[in-house]
Design a protein around this ligand. Structure first.
Ligand code: ZN
Length: 436
């Protein structure tokens, strides 16, 4: 963590995606792992370096009728939309019209919504339930030539507006329209429209650092990950120099273990701008490669100054937020919990809300787990009783700020969690029979 702090200090106080501070962090970690004998790969991933709209977008019905909608009023470009100019038939995707009384449309959220979608058409999708980016990505996978998402239709959810969805990988133009536009296009199946976005999208490249043991069964891979980037505002020493340092040290300490399973350490790029490193890594795996990953352990913020020992709620025993993780997630949570139980240390659950790099793994059915000591949320009275610290205060008052330096680390939490990580990685390195 001192090394990461020095890197940030020498590079304008940050280690964010696309900066020299990130590249120096990448090189530091990769060199340590190479010297320890790991097989190290720098895995390139893309992010949006800049995006600018050159002229207003076009959305015009061309057949059977001719009608132009008003840009930046009836509809807006979704930043960071790629440029594109396509004329094609519109095809509705699982719409709920008239809209339900309360927001509930799942249009475009599931890949099955695109069963029967004809490649080359423009997908007409309704807002609701899942992120815009998910809908756009699913449309891209289905071969859509463009995407129109329209507001869902309930009071307060009728207008068009501009919203950056951080997603461009479908490579097709995308706009957000008001409810009236969507309703009109849906009412006349077979309508052809021209959709044009005139924008300049510049992509940058960063690298995930992937390090694998030379020994171990390659058909039974134990993956361990931490994001390596910080936010632009600060050096990111708790978030996530702490997880980075803990898994790096675990890798260095176990370099001579005759592991039975392949252990693969991942230091993710561009987590802070949308889980880009882990998402693109998982997307790039073949089905066979995914199947070989038996489990994924994630460590993002493990030394928060006002910490709680939070274990990802793999079995959804808390009944909060997202559902249980894929089968095996409960067993991962159990193994981590055993570490704390044996030492008489308390622990609590934390929802699998998808806010860190385990998200892309559980989305494809790979069981996951990990430890988190809390971010901007406030410590509860129960947690103060269990862990000390101060109830009603953020777990990390310097979360995503310039003050997330080496002084923003709780040494006790770091010590306990680094041991818990080493313990769990070592156990899974030899035995994954608990994972179905
Ligand atoms: Zn983080």
């Amino acid at each position: 963590m001192n090394a990461l702090q020095s890197i940030a200090t020498a590079n304008g106080g940050t280690r964010a995606a696309g900066t020299p501070g990130y590249r120096a962090s990448r090189d530091y970690v990769a060199n340590k792992l190479r010297k320890a004998g790991y097989k190290v790969t720098l895995d390139p991933i893309n992010f949006v370096q800049s995006w600018a709209e050159n002229s207003p977008p076009t959305l015009t019905q061309t057949a059977p009728n001719s009608k132009a909608y008003v840009p930046n009023e009836d509809f807006f470009t979704f930043p960071p939309s790629p440029a594109g100019d396509v004329t094609a038939q519109v095809q509705a995707v699982d719409l709920t019209l008239p809209p339900a009384p309360t927001p509930s449309s799942t249009s475009g959220c599931e890949t099955a919504d695109f069963n029967g979608f004809v490649a080359g058409r423009i997908a007409l999708i309704q807002r609701g339930t899942c992120p815009y980016a998910t809908k756009v990505r699913n449309a891209g996978f289905a071969g859509a030539a463009g995407v129109i998402i329209f507001n869902e239709g309930q009071p307060g959810r009728t207008d068009a507006f501009t919203v950056d969805i951080g997603e461009w990988r479908a490579g097709i133009p995308m706009v957000f329209a008001d409810f009236a536009v969507g309703n009109e296009l849906a009412a006349a199946p077979g309508t052809t429209v021209r959709l044009k976005v005139d924008a300049t999208l510049k992509l940058g490249t960063d690298h995930n650092v992937i390090a694998e043991t030379r020994l171990g069964n390659p058909r039974n891979v134990v993956m361990v990950g931490a994001h390596l980037d910080s936010v632009p505002a600060g050096p990111g020493i708790n978030d996530n120099g702490s997880g980075t340092a803990a898994i790096l040290e675990t890798a260095l300490q176990m370099r001579l273990y005759p592991v039975r399973n392949k252990v693969r350490f991942a230091f993710w790029a561009a987590e802070e701008i949308g889980l880009l490193g882990s998402d693109q890594y998982v997307e790039g795996l073949s089905a066979a490669e995914r199947d070989r990953i038996r489990l994924y352990l994630n460590f993002d913020m493990i030394a928060s100054p006002n910490y709680a020992y939070k274990l990802y709620d793999g079995d959804n025993s808390d009944g909060e937020g997202s559902p249980a993780g894929p089968p095996g997630s409960a067993q991962i949570e159990r193994q981590l919990a055993n570490f704390f139980d044996r030492r008489g240390l308390g622990h609590v659950g934390t929802d699998f809300d998808g806010r860190s790099d385990y998200g892309p793994f559980i989305a494809v059915g790979i069981p996951a787990g990990g430890i988190f000591t809390g971010a901007e949320g406030l410590k509860t009275a129960e947690e103060q009783a269990l862990f000390g610290g101060t109830a009603g205060v953020a777990y990390d008052v310097c979360y995503h700020q310039a003050c997330d330096t080496t002084t923003n680390i709780n040494a006790t939490a770091l010590d306990v969690n680094a041991d818990a990580i080493a313990d769990s990685v070592a156990r899974f390195a030899f035995n994954t029979t608990a994972i179905p």
